[in-house]
Design a protein around this ligand. Structure first.
Ligand code: URA
Length: 189
């Protein structure tokens, strides 16, 4: 399947009740051949309205970190665990994640990034470890299904807790180094 075929499937998806309340399914956007793929949680109000990921205040925070670490939105791919907005921005339900995760796994297979970056707890628990703790394990690089994967703070968490910003910057610098082969000494379990 191509990414455009998958995009069409997601646009018309009725796998879970979130399809009844969404305005737009948010497929994700960016470079289809990205070395770096960011994975957030689920669309919020702005994303639901525009169909684009991370376009609200959290998105502006993400943009700032991309720019500061020498990256651009155009060169990375940004997606989410769940493609449709949960009402009132609640956490996605386990059943919603289960119904949706296949789309993300297919996106990863097609894009074939060198490294995946989980933005926050929901993505890290789903993709790295059920017991993942972002405050303790952010910036650690793991291997899952033969692919590098790490997590950092969710941009919305940085809006609430600016004290996490320096650690997030360190994570982005590490990410850049790994994605573009500037880092030679990571110890990857
Ligand atoms: N938060 C997310 O996790 N994803 C988005 O796309 C927007 C906000």
């Amino acid at each position: 399947m191509t990414l455009d075929e998958l995009r069409e499937k997601v646009k018309n998806c009725k796998n879970c009740p979130l399809c009844d309340t969404r305005i737009n399914a948010v497929f994700g956007s960016g470079n289809e051949h990205a070395e770096i793929m960011f994975v957030g949680e689920a669309p919020g109000r702005n994303e639901d309205e525009t169909g684009e990921p991370f376009v609200g205040a959290a998105g502006r925070m993400l943009n700032d970190f991309l720019t500061a670490s020498g990256l651009s939105r155009e060169e990375v791919f940004i997606g989410n665990i769940v493609k449709c907005r949960p009402p009132q921005n609640r956490d996605p339900l386990p059943a919603e994640e289960e119904r949706c995760i296949g789309y993300l796994l297919e996106q990863i297979r097609i894009i074939d990034p060198k490294i995946i970056v989980c933005l926050g707890r929901i993505a890290a628990k789903q993709l790295i470890d059920r017991d993942f703790q972002v405050t303790k394990q952010h910036g650690e690089v793991f291997r899952r299904n033969g692919r590098l994967i790490m997590a950092t703070f969710h941009p919305a968490a940085l809006l609430r807790n600016p004290a996490y910003k320096p650690a997030t910057m360190d994570d982005f610098c590490l990410l850049y180094d790994i994605a573009y082969n500037r880092h030679f000494e990571v110890d990857i379990p």
